[in-house]
Design a protein around this ligand. Structure first.
Ligand code: SF4
Ligand code: FES
Length: 242
């Protein structure tokens, strides 16, 4: 459906009009309008990936990912409903048991998009049985550490390294539950890859996988990103890790 000439094109998000520009996705337009749609693998600076499904909304009654669906005039989009938020909570619980997300000992606690989104959705416990993966930590790089057991396979590091840094340090390999993050070096270790602390890929991870060495727990509790405001009030786009 086309908007009348001269009038801005809008769709309705939970009953309120949101203006959009041609070619924008639902989440891009919503974020620009200061409206929160839950997401993990989407980042405003990168092409959408569509893997986490947290952004699933109903468009004219049918479910779709807000990060990949183009906005169109007159769409009736529902996002903040009890049904969709319950499904999001289940997806989060699945991610929490698939990895080792022991937040009390994680340097990313308080700055972690997964944790903040779980708080936002009212997730109180992981609910499912833990998988307890046992993927070895890679501490081979002088400035960066990788804890693969927290990876949610969002591919942001893959996209950042390939599209911004021009290095393609990371890739995703394997199948099914064995899908995992890979380092593109002969040894498979980060210390042997062409990666620098200043690379975009070094600060893009929304959870606690790619961490700078010698900088843990630097921000006092109470001043961390998601101590300041819940994720739903930080709609100006996701900042990279501090
Ligand atoms: S390491 Fe971080 S950025 Fe890369 S795929 Fe895993 S969770 Fe995403
Ligand atoms: S944000 Fe849309 S699928 Fe992850």
């Amino acid at each position: 459906m086309r908007a009348a000439p001269g009038s801005p094109a809008t769709f309705s998000l939970d009953g309120q009009d949101v203006e959009f520009q041609a070619g924008e996705t639902l989440i891009e337009a919503a974020t620009r309008a200061g409206r929160y749609i839950p997401h993990l693998c989407w980042h405003p600076d990168f092409h959408p990936h569509g893997s986490c499904r947290l952004c699933t909304v109903k468009v004219n009654g049918r479910a779709g990912a807000a990060c990949t669906m183009q906005a169109a005039a007159g769409q009736e989009v529902q996002s903040d409903t009890a049904e969709l938020n319950a499904q999001r909570k289940t997806l989060l619980q699945m991610l929490f048991v698939e990895g080792n997300h022991f937040c009390p000992s994680c340097e990313k606690s308080g700055n972690c998009l997964l944790q903040a989104t779980a708080y936002q959705m009212g997730m109180e416990g992981p609910h499912f049985e833990q998988f307890y993966p046992n993927r070895p930590v890679d501490a081979s790089h002088p400035d960066l550490l990788l804890d693969f057991n927290r990876c949610i396979l969002c591919e942001l590091c893959v996209r950042a390294s390939r599209d911004v840094d021009g290095k393609s340090v990371f890739a995703i390999g394997g199948h099914g539950i064995h899908t995992h993050l890979l380092v593109n070096s002969d040894s498979g270790r980060l210390g042997d890859a062409d990666m620098a602390l200043g690379d975009r890929a070094a600060s893009i991870c929304p959870v606690g996988v790619i961490l700078p060495k010698r900088r843990g727990f630097a921000i006092p509790i109470g001043q961390r990103r998601f101590d300041q405001a819940p994720v739903s009030q930080q709609t100006q786009g996701d900042g990279d890790s501090p």
